[in-house]
Write a protein that binds this ligand. Sequence first.
Ligand SMILES: Nc1ncnc2c1ncn2[C@@H]1O[C@H](COP(=O)(O)OP(=O)(O)OP(=O)(O)O)[C@@H](O)[C@H]1O
Ligand SMILES: [Mg+2]
Length: 276
Amino acid sequence: MKIFVVGDVMLDGELRGRFRENYEGATLCITGQHWRYYPGGAANTAAILRGLGHQVNLFGVVGPDWAAGQLERLLGSIEHRLKALLPITTVKLRAYAEDKLISRVDCEKPIPSDWAVAACYQTGTGEGVPDCVVCSDYAKGVFGRHCQSTLRRIIEWDCPVVVDPGPRDYVDIWDGATVATPNLREAQLMQIGTKHLVVTKSSEGAEVWSGGNCRHISCSPVSDAQIVGAGDAFTAGLAAGLAQGQDIYQAAEFAVKSATDYVSHPRRENYALERD
Ligand SMILES: Nc1ncnc2c1ncn2[C@@H]1O[C@H](COP(=O)(O)OP(=O)(O)OP(=O)(O)O)[C@@H](O)[C@H]1O
Ligand SMILES: [Mg+2]
């Protein structure tokens, strides 16, 4: 299937090391031997969809920096259009010691840009509408009022539009899209006007809300789950199911399976195109 992913791309960096004596007054020090890098946010969703065997086009914005170069390398065979319109690429670094997440350091400077949504729309108009569109919103600048009219045209395409909603104080930009995949906390904070709603509930699976009915999709809880990007894996699975013509319940079952598989892999090897 052909699937477009548009949204906030980021670079995830991971260091696995051990505690050391504290240097320079730092609260804690961890020393490891190498960083591992992974596509994050919309780029993670795109990589997972590619891993599921789909033809993916990714649209996003980055900065003019090393992190964008690293993303270019990681995305490899995934068709992508990333434009350097942000002052810096969004980067999330995680440091682990004794296999526990100890510290997370984020670097980001969101600036509204309508480029990615416009590029997605132009590609669909020029090359044909895909089998599904995923909007991966982490509120880093791709989505907002500035792209509302183009987004509306995409939502009107004859294909499912799946929204992974980010934190924002208005969500009417998603009105009429096929489905949104908030987690429980996001669902409590936002009233999203999509046709269906699939609320993810971590190790408890998900709830499908459709036509006033609610159906629970259970999952087998994974202990020691690798939860970074679990939401991306769920959204990717849901989009893959809908792209193949499944109904919302079948697609949600498939999404739970994809997410379970994803969180069961301790280092994202099967999904990320990571190199040392
Ligand atoms: N411990 C776990 N065991 C099994 N499945 C899990 C576990 N944690 C998450 N999942 C799967 O991943 C899906 C998404 O997880 P979650 O509800 O935590 O999303 P999220 O909060 O959006 O995640 P993210 O932080 O990646 O945005 C769940 O619906 C479930 O299918
Ligand atoms: Mg999420």
